[in-house]
Write a protein that binds this ligand. Sequence first.
Ligand code: HEM
Length: 493
Amino acid sequence: MSKNANITSNSGAPIGKQQYENSQTVGRRGPVLLQDFFLHEKLAQFNRERIPERVVHAKGTGAFGKFVVTHDITAYTRAKIFSEIGKETPIFIRFSTVGGEQGSADTERDPRGFAIKFYTEDGNWDLVGNNTPVFFIKDAKKFPDFIHTQKRDPRTHCKSATMMWDFWSLNPESLHQVLILMSDRGTPDGYRHMHGFGSHTFSMVNSNNERVYVKFHHKSNQGIKNFDGVTADKMRGIDPDYSQRDLVEAIDKSNFPRWTTYIQTMTEEQARNFQWNPFDVTKVWPQKEYPLIEVGYFELNKIPDNYFRDVEQAAFSPSNVVDGIGFSPDKMLQGRIFSYPDAQRYRIGSNYQDLPVNACPFMTNNYHRDGAMKFNENGGAASNYFPNSFDGNHESVASKGIPYELEDTTVAYFDRNENDDDHYTQPGILFEKVMDEEAKQNTINNIVNAMSGIEGDQKEQIIMRQLCHWFRVSPRLGIGIAKGLHIDISEFM
Ligand code: HEM
């Protein structure tokens, strides 16, 4: 947008002040003339200002920054982003809440999205994680059902504690994530004061073609700060855009937030012998057995000049990996590989990857062509098919990947992963051993508060089913919740 210049229509015709503000009419009283093309252009453009909001994670905040390598992990990966200490890679991050619409409040109890796009020379690598190391479910097929319970009731169009707890109580694999969500980590004090996680198990391959499995952790250098439930509720009314404002103001004051990145690694042999399924996103890898290995840090230092252009149109996808970093058999991760580009072709349009925030700043080279809003050179006059006798393009070595063996050859709809019926041990450790007294009490209060919203003719069943799960996590947790809900448990003791 120029300054001190003429205003023009989209086709470049000069538009005067009168013409910009007033419709062209017959006489002072009207009617309005159909030939006022600028009136049509202005109203029609306005009618199309919104693109569909993201089906989840609709409310979010974005910023640019850089990732800096501080430790050598080339023993694990040949990805160029990690090739030498001191190397800097530009990044874009979008933080978000999950269930609410674009206008919803930032301090809702919800996981927070923590999506990072690394603009590496191998291509764009997206690590689309959350502020929690685990997730509610472990199979992508359950995702639409799960998200329906987080959105609005089909009849009342209100949020429904009944739907949420009904689903959770029928899917006990959600317990670990629900416990974290119900702790004060479910209401972080802005986006600067929370950790981030890749959550899934990914793989890394080094220059000798050796594979390890990895998990990513980003620890906030600002420290963890959370709202308790009461303050978060109040803040929803006082400043619904609390986290957005907090990040913009900090960066505008050059108070650049930083996170330190670590990985955990597991060899293929260790993965085979792990006590749980290492590809189950409802479980963590104990840090005592698989310690954190420091990698580098990232800093956010620029708020985009235009929110819509860079934040609303940003498209992150777990399918965007680079040579040296790959997937794992995690069923959720595999489902996400399909889901994100599909959502983005619908939400933004088929050429969404050409938009500045999504485009790889290094060369992309293929034979995809055309489609709505193709605004780059579209391959110019070059061949639009492969192989061809003209351009000399060839397959890259990196594309070959590393073969791996499957451990089973049975095809079926397995209702659970191998060796992972245990939904209770890890949440139990979290409650009993990791949380201090205050965290325990706040978590109990938050659960009581959230479960108090359950209503309807299935109320008792849902509450009792969920209460049984809480007891299996920890008797103290179960007793605390039962007391808070005024349920007499003496007959069960
Ligand atoms: C956004 C699907 C699980 C983190 C989205 C979007 C879809 C989606 C369709 C909107 C994408 C867009 O319009 O740009 C799914 C499915 C899942 C799943 C099908 C399960 C199979 C997860 C998990 C995490 C996660 C496990 C974190 C560990 C995010 C984040 C965003 C997002 C951070 C927002 C990205 C942004 O800021 O633009 N998800 N999701 N999702 N999802 Fe998932």
